[in-house]
Design a protein around this ligand. Structure first.
Ligand SMILES: [Zn+2]
Length: 631
C-alpha cells in the first residue's frame, strides 16, 4: 500500500489543524502518568514464537514521535504515542505493570513469597516475555496466583506463558475469575466467529503496514499479538461484591460488574496497596458499546451504575487506579475524578440517546446531533479512540429499538447490489456517478463520495476509476479519523480495493478454547453450519454417548435443522458415536467427520456410519475470505 498511498488532502489537513486548536494539547499530564515509574524497557521488543515467527513487535511503532503527520488525526496520534510506550513500570511499591507488549497490560502484585499475575495478555509468548522482563528486575518470584478480570481473550490467552495446567491442578497456583467466565470466554467467538474474525482483521488493521499512511494503533492498544492463545479454567469463581480473598498474603476485595464491557467482568481493590484495578470498565478512552467487528450490544446504563458503585465502595480510599489497558491515574481525588468522568460519559450517552429516540430521532440522526458537554469533550480519557460517540449512539438505538428506524421505505429495501444498479441507472451511468463522487471528493465531502462510489463498485465491481476513487476516499476518511478502529476500517477498505483481499490474518479459536466448549455449544456450532436448503430432504439421527460425563445426546437432522436433546429417547438412532468430553470436538470441528478421522480421535462408531457422510454433505462452514467492500 505504501506505493499507492496518497498524501492527505487540503480538506483533511485543515481538519487536523483545527483540531490542534480545539483540543487541550497543552494538558500533558497523561504523558507524565504514562512515563511514571518506568523501571526498564525490553530492547529490542519483538517477541517470537518457537518457530521464529514474530508475534509482537512494538518497535514497529517507533515512528510515532513528535508532531502528527498530516495523514494522522492529531488526537489519535497523541493517543498512539501514549499507548506505544512500552516497558516495566512500578505503579506503587509491590505493584508493577508491563505495558506495550500486547493489546492489553499485564500486572504483577508481589505477595509474601511470590507474585500474583493479573490478566496475562493474548498470547503465551508475549505473557512469558513480560514475566521475564518483570523477573529480570524484581527477582525470580514464583507465580502464586492468576486473576482474570474478565472474559475477553486479551485478558487470559497468555496464561500458559506464566503458569501451567499442572501447577494449577496441583493447587500451587489458584486462578480467580468472575462468575460465568469460562462460558463467556469460549462462547463469544463460537457462533459468529468467522464473521467477527474477518471483520476484526479490518478493525485492528492487521494487514496494514505500520507507518503514517497505515496502522498507527487501535486506541485501546496498538494491535493484537498473534501467538498461541491458551486457557486454563479458573479454580475459584468470584460471585459477590464485597467478597474478600487472600492470595499469597495479599488482600483483595472484589466488585462484580457483569454485562458491562464484558458479560463476565469484575473490578478489585487491594486495601494494603490502596490500589484499584478497574478491569476494562474505566480506561483512557470512550470504550465500545458495539465493536466494529460485531458483537451483542453492551449496556451503558448498568456500566454507569457499576462505576457509581465503584466510587461509593473505593472512592477516597484508593490512591491509584490502574486497568488492563492504558496507564494508571494517581491521587485519591484524581481517582474519583477519573471514575466520575468515565461514569458520566456512559450515562450521558445512554440517557441522551434514549431522550432523543423518544422524540422520534433515528440512530444516525442522534449520532449527528448528540454533543458531549464541554467537560466530557475536553477530557482526554473520554475521547472516542476505540468506541466513538457516533457508533455507540447507534448501538444504544439498536439495543432499544433494533435495526428498523420506523421509516416504511427502509422496511423492505433492495439489497446493496440491486440498489447500486438502480442508483447507477438514475445517475446516468457509472461514469457519471464517478464524476459526482470526484466533485464530492474535491470539495472534502468524503462521506458523500463514499456513498456514491460504493454504489458504483457494488453495481460494477470492475469499474477501475470507481474503485480507485473509492479507495482514495476511504483513505482520506481514515486519515481524518480520531478513532483508531475507524481509521483501520477505512484504510483496510482502501487496501483491499487496491491490492485484493487479505482474508482473516488472525484466527482466534485455539485448541485450549475449543476444549472448554460444552457439548451443547459444540452442537450449536455444528447446527449453524447446516446449509438449510441442501438439508431440506435429509433426515438422520445420531446418538452421542459421552463416557466420562455420563451424558448422552440425541442429535436429529430434519426439515433443514439440526436439533439435540439430552432427555431419554425411544428407539435407536441411525448411528451411535461414543467418545469422551475431550474427544467430542473432533466430531464437530476440524473438517469432515469421516470414519477414518474419528477413529484417529478415538471416537467409536456403531450402526450406519454412512450417516456421518450425509451430515458432512450438508455442512457449509463460514468463509474467512468473504467480500466486504465489493459485492
Ligand atoms: Zn481488553
Amino acid at each position: 500500500m505504501t506505493t499507492t498511498s496518497r498524501d492527505a488532502s487540503d480538506a483533511i489537513i485543515g481538519q487536523q489543524r483545527s483540531l490542534l486548536d480545539a483540543l487541550p494539547f497543552a494538558d500533558t499530564r497523561d504523558f507524565d502518568d504514562a512515563k511514571r515509574g518506568l523501571v526498564a524497557r525490553r530492547q529490542p521488543n519483538a517477541v517470537t514464537a518457537d518457530n521464529g515467527r514474530v508475534v509482537w513487535d512494538n518497535d514497529t511503532y517507533a515512528f510515532i514521535q513528535g508532531d502528527a503527520p498530516d495523514t494522522v488525526n492529531p488526537s489519535l496520534w497523541r493517543q498512539s504515542a501514549l499507548v506505544a510506550m512500552d516497558g516495566l513500570f512500578e505503579v506503587v511499591p509491590g505493584l508493577y505493570q508491563v505495558r506495550g507488549m500486547d493489546l492489553s497490560n499485564i500486572s504483577f502484585v508481589e505477595g509474601d513469597t511470590g507474585v500474583i499475575v493479573i490478566d496475562p495478555l493474548i498470547s503465551s509468548e508475549t505473557a512469558a516475555a513480560a514475566l521475564a522482563l518483570y523477573r529480570e528486575h524484581r527477582g525470580d518470584r514464583p507465580v502464586a496466583g492468576v486473576i482474570y478480570s474478565h472474559s475477553h481473550v486479551d485478558h487470559f490467552g497468555g496464561i500458559k506463558g506464566v503458569t501451567s495446567q499442572e501447577d494449577v491442578d496441583a493447587g500451587r497456583v489458584p486462578v480467580l475469575a468472575p462468575e460465568g467466565f469460562v462460558e463467556h470466554a469460549v462462547s463469544e467467538n463460537v457462533y459468529a466467529g468467522t464473521a467477527m474474525g474477518r471483520r476484526a482483521g479490518y478493525m485492528y488493521g492487521a494487514a496494514l503496514p505500520r507507518n503514517p499512511q497505515g496502522a498507527v494503533g487501535a486506541g485501546l492498544g496498538q494491535t493484537t499479538s498473534t501467538g498461541t492463545v491458551t486457557l486454563i479454567p479458573p479454580t475459584l469463581e468470584i460471585t459477590t461484591t464485597g467478597q474478600e480473598e487472600v492470595l499469597d498474603g495479599v488482600r483483595i476485595v472484589f466488585q462484580m460488574a457483569p454485562d458491562t464491557e464484558a458479560p463476565s467482568e469484575m473490578l478489585f481493590y487491594f486495601p494494603d496497596l490502596k490500589a484499584l484495578c478497574a478491569a476494562e470498565d474505566a480506561t483512557h478512552n470512550l470504550h465500545n458499546l458495539l465493536t466494529l467487528r460485531g458483537a451483542v450490544v453492551r449496556d451503558p446504563h448498568v456500566w454507569a451504575k457499576y462505576l457509581t458503585e465503584t466510587i461509593d465502595l473505593f472512592g477516597g480510599q484508593a490512591e491509584v487506579i490502574f486497568a488492563s489497558h492504558h496507564w494508571p491515574t494517581w491521587g485519591a481525588d484524581q481517582v474519583v475524578g477519573f471514575l466520575s468522568l468515565q461514569r458520566d460519559l456512559y450515562a450521558y450517552l445512554h440517557d441522551q440517546t434514549v431522550r432523543m429516540l423518544n422524540k422520534g430521532l433515528t440512530g444516525s440522526e442522534i449520532a449527528e446531533e448528540l454533543t458531549l458537554p464541554p467537560v466530557l469533550e475536553n477530557a482526554w480519557n473520554t475521547r472516542g479512540y476505540y468506541g466513538s460517540v457516533s457508533h455507540n449512539v447507534k448501538a444504544i438505538y439498536q439495543r432499544y429499538l433494533g435495526w428498523f428506524d420506523g421509516i416504511p421505505a427502509h422496511l423492505w429495501e433492495h439489497t446493496p447490489v440491486e440498489k447500486a444498479k438502480r442508483y447507477v441507472d438514475l445517475g446516468g451511468g457509472a461514469d457519471a456517478l464517478v464524476e459526482n463522487g470526484q466533485a464530492a471528493f474535491d470539495s472534502g465531502d468524503y462521506r458523500w463520495a463514499a456513498e456514491v462510489l460504493s454504489h458504483v463498485v457494488f453495481a460494477e465491481p470492475d469499474h477501475k476509476a470507481g474503485r480507485a476513487l473509492l479507495a482514495d476516499t476511504y483513505e482520506q476518511l481514515g486519515y481524518g479519523s480520531e478513532n483508531g478502529t475507524w481509521r483501520n476500517f477505512y484504510l483496510s477498505g482502501a487496501y483491499e480495493l487496491r491490492n485484493g483481499q487479505f482474508g482473516t490474518p488472525t484466527v482466534a479459536a485455539s485448541a485450549d478454547m475449543v476444549a472448554q466448549l460444552s457439548p451443547a455449544m459444540l452442537f450449536d456450532a455444528m447446527a449453524v453450519q447446516v446449509n438449510g436448503l441442501a438439508a431440506w430432504d435429509e433426515k438422520l439421527s445420531i446418538d452421542v454417548v459421552l463416557t466420562d460425563a455420563d451424558e448422552r445426546y440425541r442429535l436429529r437432522l430434519a426439515n433443514g435443522v439440526l436439533t439435540y436433546s439430552a432427555a431419554a429417547q425411544s428407539g435407536d438412532a441411525d448411528v451411535t458415536v461414543t467418545t469422551s468430553l475431550r474427544g467430542l470436538p473432533a466430531l464437530v470441528l476440524g473438517g469432515a467427520p469421516t470414519p477414518e478421522r474419528l477413529a484417529e480421535a478415538g471416537i467409536e462408531i456403531a450402526g450406519d456410519d454412512s450417516v456421518l457422510g450425509r451430515l458432512t454433505a450438508v455442512l457449509d462452514p463460514g468463509d474467512q475470505d468473504f467480500a466486504i467492500i465489493t459485492p
